[in-house]
Ligand binder design. Sequence first.
Ligand code: DAH
Length: 335
Amino acid sequence: MKLQLEELRTKALAEIAEADSSQRIEELRIQFLGRKGAITSILRSVSQASAEDRPALGKAANLLKVELNDAIEARAAEFKVQERAGTARRDRPDISLPGRRPPTGHLHVITQVTEEIIDIFSELGFQVATGPEVETEYYNFDSLNTPADHPARDLHDTFFVKPGVVLRTHTSPVQMRVMEKTKPPVAVVVPGKVYRVDADATHSPMFFQIEGLLVDEGVSFADLKGTLMHFIHRLFGKDVQMRFRPHFFPFTEPSAELDILWTSTAPDGSTQSRWMEILGCGMVHPAVFKHAGYDYEKYTGFAFGLGVDRIAMVRHRISSITYLYENDVRFLEQF
Ligand code: DAH
């Protein structure tokens, strides 16, 4: 019996030392100390030993029970510490991972297109000028040979701020502001916001124009056409289809509009082509030069006003002008 206890001790301690997980330790606890475990059955069999041996055996068995229990507890505690450290290690941030980049913004597609357009005219020697968005009727209309009964002054088109003062309906008033301050030759482009009472797929109540004005001796309609064709080719490539269409503007004579073939892609992927007017142009009317104080016998000039939104739409196949002003990041991110 003594020998049996000694063997059990050796075996149990070895197995406890070899245990590799808290689960294994629990199995050993049951195997040796459980109700049907090895120690329990030995203690039970002590009663069958001789009266003489019984006390010593009982004591030895109890001591072994305590010893094994201590060994198991010690190992269980070790595993607990290890496992807790393991969890902590898993939860700790991994500082070697590449960081997440914060989202960065970029220029709005309208600004990008405006800059592209200005770059092309800058190469040709045009300078950039600006003027006020709240404008007098004089600069917006009268000085541009647009008399008081002209349809463009209809309340339906123009936002009035107060009598005599409007939100400019085009960038053309800046032509006059520049000419008043500058002697010819003049070559300017004027980017800016303009306002009209209008809203559908190709019209927005606020939109962007770039005005152009070139005045010098001997400027002809051929110069106008050549300049604008160069511009369109630079912006859209040589393959673009364009057409000049005779038109009327009070401040130019003769006048034309320039259309280019616009293919748009709707969100459902379908495409559609149609001519889209992207600018108005013409030879500066002598009456305009008169207001500016320019000698209209000596100087001629051409002017144009182009719609930046329309150009952005053609350029990027955008199906509605409203996308440009909804500030939906999913849309804006594409440019
Ligand atoms: N101001 C005109 C508009 O907004 C566009 C325009 C046409 C501007 C002819 C010009 C021009 O300078 O010569 O519809």
